[in-house]
Design a protein around this ligand. Sequence first.
Ligand SMILES: NC(=O)C1=CN([C@@H]2O[C@H](COP(=O)(O)OP(=O)(O)OC[C@H]3O[C@@H](n4cnc5c(N)ncnc54)[C@H](OP(=O)(O)O)[C@@H]3O)[C@@H](O)[C@H]2O)C=CC1
Ligand SMILES: CC(=O)N[C@@H](CCC(=O)OP(=O)(O)O)C(=O)O
Length: 345
Amino acid sequence: MNVGIIGASGYGGVELIRFLNQHPKIESINLYTSSEEGVLLTNHYPHLLNGDTYTLRPLVEAELSGQVDTVFLATPPGVSSKWSQWLLDQGIRVIDLSGDLRLHSQSIYETWYKREAASLSLIKQATYGLSEWNKDTIQSSQLIANPGCFPTAILLALAPVLQAGLIDPASIIIDAKTGTSGAGKSPSQTTHFSEMNENFKIYGVATHKHTPEIEQELRAFTNEEIKVSFQPHLVPMVRGIMATIYASGVEGVTSKKLYDCLKQAYEHHSFIRIRDIGDFPQTKHVYGSNYCDIGVAYDERTNRVILASVIDNLVKGAAGQAIQNMNLMNEWEEHTGLMVLPVYP
Ligand SMILES: NC(=O)C1=CN([C@@H]2O[C@H](COP(=O)(O)OP(=O)(O)OC[C@H]3O[C@@H](n4cnc5c(N)ncnc54)[C@H](OP(=O)(O)O)[C@@H]3O)[C@@H](O)[C@H]2O)C=CC1
Ligand SMILES: CC(=O)N[C@@H](CCC(=O)OP(=O)(O)O)C(=O)O
């Protein structure tokens, strides 16, 4: 299969190349740029040199038409709304890593993203690509809205226990930490070394754009309106997300019940690893891989359920899940090209 990456020179794009390069079903990887036509990507990223120099191609219709079967959009907000419909009309499948098509409601998108939403007809064609939960709809879809990095870690941990009715949906508090690569490749005052080293920052207080995405998708597991307190923090590391989730337990809940519920939900999903009771994951346990590791405990003293979920934001939170979705769309084994162990230490 021939794939294209729009936004290939960004962090998500480069991570897509790392995995697609060793994917057995991929014949060619075509890279597109809106600003650096003809430049060799390996000038920016020498780590990619393996005989292939990866020339960036201009982002114009003639360069895409007939050249690619599937396109990954690893681009800032607004690009997907501009390109997706044209690509679909050419019979090209689209996997969008941006947040443009994840929210069903245009007005909710405009409130949280502070920009114009994509057309309703485009939004309606998109399937939310949480691979472990939406396999059937992903398989029959031409357009995937790849989940945000925080929602991926959070939904994977919460979905089973909410569906099983083990926690009170009205009591969810999510305290999340992320590395700086989540902000993309462009330098900024917020993320540069002197600001981030030996520092820990709260941001997007009660306003983060992943809040409505989490709430929208949680509704699918409870059939009721849920509001969550979601609070991200930037920590001095490059990759990784840890979401620590607190919720009140329902009567009779135990650590064992919670563990059994998670274990059973992911019995047939090789990328989700549930830790034994009392054992909690760290971001380094998933670094560079498509795994999501989840630990759980019940604190009887406070009636609080505590879940900790870790992913690599660039892999399971972006490029890895996007490739997992490509695999599902093509009915290939979902782990094709993705089974690498985390880098450790
Ligand atoms: N980083 C992460 O951990 C995650 C990111 N995402 C989402 O994935 C998307 C990409 O993120 P990331 O790779 O980090 O971002 P980067 O800023 O690192 O890269 C984005 C790339 O998009 C291209 N681009 C910029 N403007 C345009 C345009 N108008 N038209 C076409 N291409 C454009 C640029 O390449 P060029 O100038 O060559 O065109 C740039 O390299 C974003 O929507 C982000 O929110 C989702 C989950 C996790
Ligand atoms: C550190 C940092 O800034 N992280 C980004 C998350 C990246 C992401 O998943 O963004 P999209 O929803 O746009 O795809 C943020 O908090 O906005």
